[in-house]
Design a protein around this ligand. Structure first.
Ligand SMILES: [Zn+2]
Length: 223
């Protein structure tokens, strides 16, 4: 009998570990789940993500965090609109770009919630040549002229800190804007100015022209 109970307990622990439940926020289907995030966190099932076509593992902890804006869809300020924005980005990336899933590892809305994209452990498709060394976070909206609202900035920073705490991002990580590794205006002038004030922002690489000075071995940048 004692052995049987032990086996049951063991199976339960394995189940928790493999499902990643401890890292999940409250889900509509299960209000009793414990969250390790102290900001709203919206899982894939909550925004009704399509399953990925395929996925490659991301080697963690990563040394970089890459900040993006969506440009389009525009900023979203409530749960309904932000979940729609997640679905529209995923549809665009999968159907028009032909990728396996939404490109970003995470997105953050102007509702102050963080949205699970590919997550912490799956290789993203957000910054060519840099996907295998970074977590890509998209601040939903066009931040060329306006800075995102403070709750959106706060949650983006808190999400990065959780990534460090959970061991998916190196504690001495470098924070960069997408334009520092690719010819693009992303993440918009206003947001790019903003992130230069953040703790871990790095002025290097300054542009894609610096990429050959960085070790990006093992890169799998497609899809
Ligand atoms: Zn970008």
């Amino acid at each position: 009998m004692a052995i049987y109970i032990e086996l049951l307990v063991f199976a339960y622990i394995v189940d928790i570990a493999s499902s990643g439940t401890i890292f999940r926020a409250q889900d509509a289907d299960d209000d009793n789940e414990v969250s390790s995030y102290d900001f709203p966190f919206v899982t894939r099932s909550m925004w009704h993500a399509r399953p990925p076509k395929e996925k490659n593992p991301l080697q963690t902890p990563v040394p970089y965090v890459v900040i993006h804006h969506s440009y389009s869809p525009p900023a979203c300020y409530d749960a309904v609109t932000c979940r729609q924005a997640m679905r529209s980005m995923q549809n665009f990336h999968m159907d028009s770009r032909g990728w396996w899933d939404i490109g970003y590892n995470f997105a953050v809305g102007s509702d102050g919630a963080a949205y699970e994209g590919r997550g912490w452990t799956v290789l993203g498709a957000h910054a060519l040549h840099f996907n295998n060394v970074s977590i890509g976070i998209c601040l939903i909206g066009d931040w060329s002229y306006l800075v995102p609202p403070s709750n959106q900035l706060k949650s983006a920073k808190a999400l990065i800190n959780v990534g460090v705490e959970l061991g998916f991002i190196k504690s001495d990580y470098k924070l960069i804007g997408h334009r520092q590794v690719r010819e693009t205006e992303c993440p918009g002038d206003a947001l790019f100015n903003e992130i230069q004030t953040w703790d871990h922002w790095s002025s290097f690489p300054a542009s894609y022209k610096d990429l050959d000075k960085i070790d990006l071995t093992g890169s799998q940048n497609k899809s």
